[in-house]
Design a protein around this ligand. Sequence first.
Ligand code: PLP
Length: 362
Amino acid sequence: MENRYPRLEVNLKHLKENVVEVVERCGKMGVQVAGVIKGATGLSEVIKTFDEGGAAFIASSRLEQIEEAVALGIEKPMMLIRIPMLSEISEVIRLCEYSLNSELQVIKALNEEAKAQGKLHKVILMADLGDLREGYWDKEELVNVAEYIENKLINIQLVGVGTNVGCYGSILPTNEKLEELVQVAEAVEKRIGRELEYIAGGATSSLMRIWEGKIPDRVNLLRVGEGILLARDLEEYYGHKTEPLHKDIFRLKAEVIEVKDKPTHPVGEIGVDAFGHKPEYLDRGIRRRALLAMGKVDYGSPNELIPMEKEIEILGASSDHTIIDVQDSEKDYKVGDIMEFDVCYATMVYLTSCKNVNIAYI
Ligand SMILES: *Cc1c(COP(=O)(O)O)cnc(C)c1O
């Protein structure tokens, strides 16, 4: 089953070069990189490549993926970047040296568990600067919690403050935003009377500041996933080039199982599709279409697939099939042919977590 389709090819050489490039550029500006593995569902080869490329931390939102990294014998510190669930505290302490936090109740539970396991757990407090996902909105509360950790929690070490932007509220990591974060950190430092080790200024979107060569001096940690794995978003959404990063690390290949000329409008009384939706169908007469042996189960949404051949068009999909209009293609598609796609973030997450998809390292 080695040549099984659908197949996701992962170019590890290019991945390694992307890790090295991001780590080096950040390094020149005094910024460490936490390699975020969740976009590729913690595939072990991806974890190893982040490690070999020089990421200072291995980071994920999911403990299962961090457990995989620990099992691989990776010696870099592990960082949980989603606020811990109370139900996973003992695993957080067992697996991670660092976690991002925004609830004192959780931090107290981490402290108790760290004491029980004889460990010191390191915490970065998250400040919400307007993206409105995780983090303290009330900065006075954040400073009070920092002081509490510093004075009362023996097994918790407060190592820094961080923020997340560009996730829910679509807020940009401008230098003004990052300066705001530095100010929060300095308020904490003033209260606890010492310097913090880390100011964690966001994720891939903050790479724009690195590529421009201008980021507040004290920001010294970024958590980067997409910008290394796909390196698509900054150019796609902001026209911001991140040369020389590779954009071809993931390629999806699927096999054609039927090629026929068919009407473009369904024939008969219209009900609902396989997912209970009532789509609109445009009647364009009879056109040539190819059917692929992969579907929503493998990749999520067909609208987010990016065909490598510009002349073909994705018409739709059900769980295990994808329908492609190939009328305008130069190529005479036949059963058994392979069609190739580039992927975006959500597609990459689906593909790497789907057991029907054959992951092939090239
Ligand atoms: C997912 C995530 C990241 C990484 O985001 P990318 O855009 O993939 O770089 C960083 N920090 C947090 C808190 C995250 O949840």
